[in-house]
Ligand binder design. Structure first.
Ligand code: PLP
Length: 375
């Protein structure tokens, strides 16, 4: 059986008519930049997130960059985030001249450790960027409490967590500003690059709106200098169609996750992902942990099962961040996580039969690998 890690064609096939009509409408109306399709998407995405303001931007990296600037972060400030994320989270911080500071994660959820955060804060720290890794909401109650007590802004990176919630509160409402990516492989994916910033803070909202569009208040009137990092009409129209299907797709992802968790419960030497009580994950990825990660990945790939590693090298051990001087062992929980994590196929169209096949192959491979270790 061939099971790809991701299958974007299956999704398009299911909604082809709606997508093709939406694309044709934007071209017919020549509504390429700004205009009604962007407005409609922003209104509907804001409603989905439960926030007063939602702004489309060019991608998830720019979403973090613009949100940090709008929250008041300036060159020379320090911003704290985690090392087990896509490099974009850290780039958005350094791109505006701020200093990135990495802190370790909680082993259970692989998200920011609130105690590690509290210990890392200095007089230069201005903001915190927790990452809702793989669709699991970080420990936001504690992170927000630490941030509020120390006067820090919180810009949450929800690039992988559209629709997640914690204690019944939507992920988009947890932080001063929350950023999303609509990279094609994300839970809500465009047909190109796209992103969004959502907030309930009117001052942050106003600055995001200005920054993404040349600081423009009206045609050829510029209140501040900004950027060109707008969402375009075609992507907005596509995203509006897909947003209607997102709740059903999320339910399907949760079905896949629940079945994996049930079937892998007794697999030797394997840790499956958990949801903290009260939190609802949207399983952008289903990532298991095992000492045998590399061998298991080779074995599954040989059986036609696509897998991924998110992420193999923590950012503080990347050549790009060698200047920080953080040695092996400096953030041990994140380092071990990166050595052990393996992402299995998960998407709405994945069938129970395919999941059973993956689980069976994993069970067998792990039994062999564990006996080899104990022999
Ligand atoms: C995808 C992703 C980003 C970047 O989004 P782009 O749209 O590719 O710029 C940032 N952070 C995380 C955690 C991501 O997964």
């Amino acid at each position: 059986m061939n099971i790809p890690f991701l299958d974007l064609t299956a999704q398009y096939t299911a909604i082809r008519g709606e997508i093709d009509d939406a694309i044709a409408a934007v071209i017919r109306d020549t509504a390429f930049i700004g205009g009604p399709y962007v407005k409609t998407f922003e209104q509907q995405f804001g409603a989905y997130c439960g926030t007063r303001y939602a702004y489309g931007v060019s991608n998830g990296t720019d979403a973090i960059r613009v949100a940090l600037l709008a929250a008041g972060v300036r060159a020379g400030d320090e911003v704290i985030t985690v090392p087990n994320t896509f490099i974009a989270t850290a780039e958005a911080i350094t791109m505006i001249g701020a200093h990135v500071r990495f802190v370790d994660i909680e082993p259970e959820t692989a998200t920011m450790g609130p105690d590690a955060l509290a210990h890392a804060i200095t007089h230069r720290t201005k903001a915190v960027v927790p990452v809702h890794l793989h669709g699991h909401v970080a420990h936001m109650d504690q992170i927000m409490a630490v941030a509020r007590a120390r006067g820090l802004k919180v810009v949450a990176d929800a690039a992988q967590a559209h629709g997640a919630s914690d204690g019944g509160r939507a992920v988009g409402t947890l932080g001063d500003a929350v950023t999303f990516s609509f990279y094609p492989g994300k839970n809500l994916g465009a047909y190109g690059d796209a992103g969004a910033v959502v907030t309930n803070d009117p001052a942050i909202a106003e600055r995001v709106a200005l920054l993404r569009d040349h600081g423009r208040t009206k045609k050829y009137e510029h209140l501040i200098e900004g950027f060109n990092c707008r969402l375009d009409g075609l992507q907005a129209a596509i995203l509006t169609v897909k947003l209607r299907h997102l709740p059903a797709w999320t339910e399907q992802r949760r079905r896949c996750a629940a079945l994996y968790t049930e079937l892998l419960a007794d697999a030797p030497g394997l840790t499956v992902p958990i949801e903290r009580p009260g939190s609802c994950s949207v399983y952008h990825l289903y990532a298991v942990r095992t000492k045998h990660r590399d061998a298991l990945q080779v074995h599954l790939n040989a059986q036609g099962i696509g897998t991924g590693v998110h992420y193999p090298i923590p950012l503080h051990r990347q050549p790009a961040y060698a200047y920080l001087g953080l040695r092996e062992g400096s953030l041990p929980v994140a380092e071990q996580y990166c050595r052990e994590t393996l992402s299995l196929p998960i998407y709405a169209e994945l069938t129970d039969e395919q999941i059973r096949f993956v689980a069976q192959k994993m069970q067998r491979a792990l039994e062999q690998l564990e006996t080899r270790v104990s022999a």
